[in-house]
Design a protein around this ligand. Sequence first.
Ligand SMILES: CCCCCCCCCCCCCCCC(=O)SCCNC(=O)CCNC(=O)[C@H](O)C(C)(C)COP(=O)(O)OP(=O)(O)OC[C@H]1O[C@@H](n2cnc3c(N)ncnc32)[C@H](O)[C@@H]1OP(=O)(O)O
Ligand SMILES: NC(=O)C1=CN([C@@H]2O[C@H](COP(=O)(O)OP(=O)(O)OC[C@H]3O[C@@H](n4cnc5c(N)ncnc54)[C@H](OP(=O)(O)O)[C@@H]3O)[C@@H](O)[C@H]2O)C=CC1
Length: 515
Amino acid sequence: MASIADYYAGKNVLITGATGFMGKVLVEKLLRSCPEVQTLYLLVRPKAGQSMQERVSDMMKCKLFDRVREDNPDFHQKIVPISSELTQPALAISPEDVERLTSCVNIIFHCAATIRFDEPLKHALQLNVIATQQLLNLAQQMHHLQAFIHISTAYANCNRRHIDEIIYPPPVEPKKLIDSLEWMEDSIVRDITPRLIGERPNTYTYTKALAECVVQKESSKLSIGIIRPSIVGASWQEPFPGWIDNFNGPSGVFIAAGKGILRTMRANNDAVADLIPVDVVINLTLAAGWYTAVHRPKAALVYNCTTGGINPFHWGEIEHHVMSSFKRNPLEQAFRRPNANITSNYLMNQYWILVSHKFPALIYDLYLRLSGQKPQMMRIFNRLHKAIGLLEYFSSQDWEWNSENMNMLMSHLSPEDRKTFNFDVRQLNWPEYIENYCIGTKKYVLNEDMSDIPAARQHLRKLRNIRYTFNTLLLVFIWRVFIARSQMARNIWYFVVSLCFKFLSYFRASSTLTN
Ligand SMILES: CCCCCCCCCCCCCCCC(=O)SCCNC(=O)CCNC(=O)[C@H](O)C(C)(C)COP(=O)(O)OP(=O)(O)OC[C@H]1O[C@@H](n2cnc3c(N)ncnc32)[C@H](O)[C@@H]1OP(=O)(O)O
Ligand SMILES: NC(=O)C1=CN([C@@H]2O[C@H](COP(=O)(O)OP(=O)(O)OC[C@H]3O[C@@H](n4cnc5c(N)ncnc54)[C@H](OP(=O)(O)O)[C@@H]3O)[C@@H](O)[C@H]2O)C=CC1
């Protein structure tokens, strides 16, 4: 049987969401490990004053593509951007482009989605469900299509504790929901959203579940694979360890903790942290594309792409390794020394938010105000609290995913493909991965230079000295206000001191006796 790279040789591939985190890694890996691939058609929209061509050429200049550039400096010739706004009718693809795509595309990878947890339902539905349906309609017109791979999420069915590799009945018939929301005003939709999403925490997981159902409906006409990654993190090995380019999911939390801003968060120390490296997800996706096209399974195959059941790691361990990594490789200009703690106790968390977040923010803003600058810390903390409030649902509980199809797929790969498209997470060394992840956030998200680490360490020492000085001043202040002025406080103070003194004398006497 043809190897994965042999299969992709001469093939035309259509990718949505190529400018996103996972899409970029997919494009890079295809170009690097399947160098004979014919053309990659990327559906891209113009954004922030940039045309789609400018966006794609900027993307190809990014460090992620360094290895491909080395192997083949002309790799950009294989990339053809196609203008498309997925929320528009017929995906806003021109008739000429439709003609071109329908005549030559062999395989589709559908990565585009809104992954925001606070997306209004109508917009999430438009992009995650309606656009998926429109892409499926386009796929059906393609003369040479061999596989349609849809990227879903392991949390699409997070209302269940155990999740098999099947498509569960949708919470509502997608078409009925689309039809009824069409005429409703946004304010009404906002009001009924909590009732609609039910046990799911947000519109993202809800619409991703509906999208799976829409995809499944076409499985008699198309060969379909559905990939369900859990929490996608920085790369493990490829193209280099620790690559990450966004603040989503845990990355923003790690950065906020490394900067000393985040000191407390609600999470369950003993719950499995189902992180999955982005390169693992992409290797599995490409292998699933190959398998779907070659074996043409009768029903859509679902691949739960998770680590918890195979090589579990827990939030408590993540906290420990993130903190020790940022102490070894500090971020520049930290607000305080990194020292975040996770707790599942609501009251404890609220206490630490008050003492370790709001109080220092208040003092710092006061300092900014007094020095004629604009206060900003409270605003940053409010945004942080909103973000972690949306993530806590995922860090406070456990899920169990069946990953038989991932194992089945692995068993079909040749030894060579298993190495080139490695998704065997049993080999993942978590402490090393987390260290590279934290360094990756420093280098690639914050664009900080590793040569500045000595200065960053010096800054942490300065913060430690400020803390010692502040604590001493606080003690002196308490002394002045309470002890020196009130007879009762003085009596309590003398009582505590004499008690300590008695204890000391007792221990000294008993240790002399035993000697
Ligand atoms: C040590 C502790 C260990 C414990 C550690 C537990 C971790 C527990 C993780 C669970 C993780 C589950 C993940 C589920 C798995 C999926 O299914 S994956 C889908 C994942 N999706 C997400 O993570 C999206 C979540 N994010 C959101 O929904 C929105 O970003 C939020 C949180 C509502 C914030 O919205 P917003 O306030 O409008 O801010 P947003 O527009 O996103 O960003 C504004 C700017 O701030 C920047 N920014 C965003 N976040 C940050 C940040 N944290 N810091 C600095 N800047 C930031 C942005 O880059 C952006 O910059 P510009 O582009 O404007 O220059
Ligand atoms: N990140 C994660 O932890 C996880 C992600 N997933 C799934 O993986 C897939 C990729 O996620 P990820 O790469 O992280 O997401 P990103 O937010 O990084 O990328 C989303 C992509 O979708 C594109 N897109 C969004 N709206 C439109 C639109 N209206 N028209 C055209 N393109 C649009 C974006 O383009 P533009 O650059 O123009 O905005 C971008 O390329 C998604 O389906 C997501 O549900 C699943 C589990 C976890």
